[in-house]
Design a protein around this ligand. Structure first.
Ligand SMILES: Nc1ncnc2c1ncn2[C@@H]1O[C@H](COP(=O)(O)OP(=O)(O)OP(=O)(O)O)[C@@H](O)[C@H]1O
Length: 715
């Protein structure tokens, strides 16, 4: 029985004919059932199998195996920091977060709550704390949105036995609550969840994960995403790596007011991805687009979205729930703000069309008020906060029923494990009859299949980075350096100083593995009198926005950051991206590197690894990254760095140590051998100038699966 899967794969500047793939399903169907079990619920089996890429909106599911495994895999993927983990864990020790793992005996609905349960659990702790401090009446007054939910999560009833919180605990919980409202601190959510559950995974779970990865890849292949199905593209543009085309925007039937705004923005001709996607989108098609970093994907999806809004009939002023017509989802707050700014640029001459942003880290009530007093047609949102509005803002779900265009920016990231459930919920809240655009600089094979849940079957895959060309920019020089951990801080300082000396207008981004390591590095470089700013998920949103805006406009500045700045953020003229330690994966390496070399400019990227991290380079073997000799570090520099390290606060070193341990514990290759992991963590501790590794709460060690591992100090 042949499996027919019509798929059009389009490369930039090329319209390729539809490709019909036939597969003998005798072997692939059972496999597919195992991998895409619920996805296959949407297939109609007949004499030919039709492949419906749209989920059943009433019962949205990506697929169960991913769902069940996903929580775990996401949790293990990133450790941002564990600053509040101790408080959090003690509040939840009776089992809230462990609940996420109880997949065997939980019902389906409980499973799908995942992160929301966690969020509610934390809110409830805050709630309970407030109750204790202020009494019920006051509590009812200022905490109405938390109320009414307490019956939803039964696990919370058991949790509070040791819940005598002092003010610090309360503050910690408030922070945690903010964190969980903030999709851009997805890393934190993952890390904190991981701190709780990741290491409760048995070895079997991990093996099953690997097994699953393998099977999923096979299934992806069976669906026709093999290399052999990718059609050769016009290579001329990629050869010179030009991001602009000669096609003018007025070549297409865009509204004159949009064209006027485009001209004002200084955009004369289209970028490659804009030229490739616009005509398809204007025809009403769904698009999955892959194009290199910094090549104008934001305009590529915003412009046609605006055109859809322009062409829609105006809403009656009497309608108190005016429809949201275009919904753009971004994984981080910075990115959402950036997309909204770009939308406003394009809307300069469309005064009747409004854009609003809903993101974590801001007060839900304020956003609700803003949306009520000044309803918009275009909404840019981060996933968790959007889901919050769907669930808690009266009339919001009705407004979403008007969505005609759904955009997932950084689609592969949004559809990966960390955001999966939120996106699933959002997709179920918007109409089936809509246009959907998925954009990213990376679309790994494994994620491509999952992309299909959002797209119509006749969507087009516009690949501006065709097979055989590199996914990074040729004009960005990529190097890696391998040095033992004890030399990393001195090397980092030396590399930065050399770069500053060579570049008057230097603008550097230093990526670190976790938020608390970011803080440590920023503190250290500040002590060394470098002009440093820091952004990570533990900084308040107002601070993040301020620093982000400052860095966008400035030169002569170093931004030390966690992965909250890895994707999408458009800082012009970044001269160097320095990645210290293991990136989460190949994609993250590419996105981080993509902060330099934007809009065809030159740039430099350095990846600094320890010898035991060198294995990661095999995942970059198709990229033009070369080994660089280490710069010589004079003894004076070493002394200077050691002295500066002495001035870094002890508690920051302790937090960095714990976060470091958590991050590498979650890296399969390193975290597997716990004895070795602890040896390496203690090497990191010594590199911070500590004689003894900081003690870690027993509870956290237990949760990390590191109890009684030699070399660790417990408290
Ligand atoms: N047609 C155009 N001509 C000139 N500049 C453009 C054009 N379109 C977009 N730009 C500019 O190019 C820069 C990069 O665009 P954008 O941030 O959308 O890139 P991206 O492809 O989304 O990158 P990333 O993959 O990192 O998210 C922005 O400063 C944007 O204003």
């Amino acid at each position: 029985m042949p499996l027919n899967f019509p798929l059009r794969i389009r490369f930039f500047a090329h319209s390729l004919p539809g490709t019909h793939l036939s597969y003998n399903t005798s072997s692939s169907v059972p496999l597919l059932f195992r991998i895409f079990s619920s996805g296959l619920n949407h297939f109609e089996f007949g004499s030919r199998i039709k492949f419906s890429t749209r989920p059943n909106r009433d019962q949205p599911e990506f697929e169960r195996r991913i769902r069940d495994g996903g929580e775990i895999r996401a949790s293990k993927s990133l450790i941002e920091d564990e600053e509040e983990l101790s408080n959090w864990v003690s509040g939840f020790r009776t089992g809230s977060s462990r609940g996420i793992l109880k997949s065997d005996d939980e019902d389906e609905e409980d499973r799908s709550r995942g992160r929301n349960q966690e969020k509610r659990g934390i809110r409830n702790q805050v709630d309970s704390f407030r109750n204790k401090r202020y009494g019920g009446d006051r509590e009812r007054g200022f905490n109405s949105r938390i109320q009414g939910k307490s019956s939803e999560a039964s696990f919370r009833g058991k949790k509070e036995t040791s819940f005598s919180r002092d003010r610090e605990d309360y503050k910690g919980l408030r922070k945690r609550e903010d964190l969980l409202e903030d999709e851009s601190s997805d890393e934190d959510v993952k890390s904190l969840v991981m701190g709780d559950i990741g290491d409760l995974l048995s070895e079997d779970d991990e093996e099953e994960d690997q097994d699953y990865d393998f099977l999923k890849k096979k299934a992806v292949s069976a669906f026709g995403f093999d290399k052999e199905n990718v059609i050769e593209a016009d290579k001329t543009r990629n050869a010179n790596d030009s991001y602009l085309t000669k096609t003018r925007f007025d070549h297409y039937p865009l509204s004159p007011l949009s064209l006027k705004a485009i001209k004002d923005a200084g955009y004369e001709t289209m970028t490659v991805v804009q030229e490739a996607t616009l005509p398809i989108i204007l025809k009403g098609k769904d698009v999955l687009a892959k194009a290199k970093t910094g090549t104008g994907k934001t305009v590529a999806f915003l412009l046609p979205s605006i055109e859809v809004v322009v062409k829609s009939p105006p809403t009656s002023p009497d309608n108190n729930r005016p429809p949201i017509l275009a919904l753009v989802i971004c994984p981080t707050r910075e990115l959402a703000n950036q997309a909204a700014t770009e939308a406003n640029t394009l809307l300069k001459y469309h005064p009747s069309i409004g854009v609003q942003v809903v993101i974590g880290g801001t007060r839900l009530g304020l956003e609700q008020k803003r949306m009520q007093t000044n309803p918009c047609q275009i909404l840019v949102a981060t996933p968790g906060r959007l889901k919050d509005h769907i669930e808690n803002t009266p009339g919001f779900a009705t407004r979403l029923k008007g969505v005609k265009v759904l955009v997932l920016d950084e689609a592969d990231h949004l559809l990966d494990m960390g955001f999966r459930k939120d996106i699933e919920r959002i997709i179920s809240a918007v109409p089936k009859e809509r246009q959907t655009f998925l954009f990213s600089a990376t679309v790994p094979e494994e994620v491509r299949q999952i992309c299909l849940v959002a797209l119509r079957r006749d969507h087009e895959f516009v690949n501006c980075v065709h097979e055989g060309t590199i996914e990074t920019h040729q004009q960005v020089r990529q190097m890696h350096m391998i040095a033992s951990l004890d030399r990393h801080f001195s090397l980092l300082y030396t590399l930065l100083r050399e770069h500053i000396m060579d570049n008057v207008d230097y603008k550097v981004i230093v990526f670190c593995t976790t938020a608390m390591v970011t803080k440590l590095v920023a503190d250290l470089l500040g002590e060394l009198n470098l002009n440093v700013r820091e952004i990570h998920s533990r900084k308040p949103q107002s601070y993040r926005t301020r620093v982000s805006n400052e860095f966008r406009k400035s030169k002569g500045l170093i931004l030390v950051t966690s992965d909250v700045s890895a994707r999408g953020v458009d800082y012009p003229d970044v001269t160097l991206v320095l990645q210290v330690g293991l990136p989460k994966d190949r994609e993250q390496y590419i996105h981080r590197l993509g902060r330099t070399g934007r809009k065809g400019k030159e740039g430099e990227g350095i990846l600094l690894l320890a010898p035991w991290e060198e294995y990661f380079l095999s995942s970059l073997k198709d990229l033009p990254i070369t080994k660089s000799p280490l710069p010589s570090i004079d003894p004076e520099t070493v002394k200077k760095v050691q002295k500066a390290l002495c001035h870094v606060e002890m508690r920051n070193k302790e937090a960095a140590y714990q976060a470091w341990l958590g991050y590498y514990n979650s890296q399969k290759m390193i975290g597997r051998d716990k004895d070795r992991l602890v040896e390496l963590a203690n090497e990191f501790s010594r590199s911070m100038g500590l004689d003894n590794p900081p003690a870690i709460p027993k509870l956290i060690l237990g949760k990390m699966g590191l109890k009684n591992v030699p070399g660790l100090r417990a408290k």
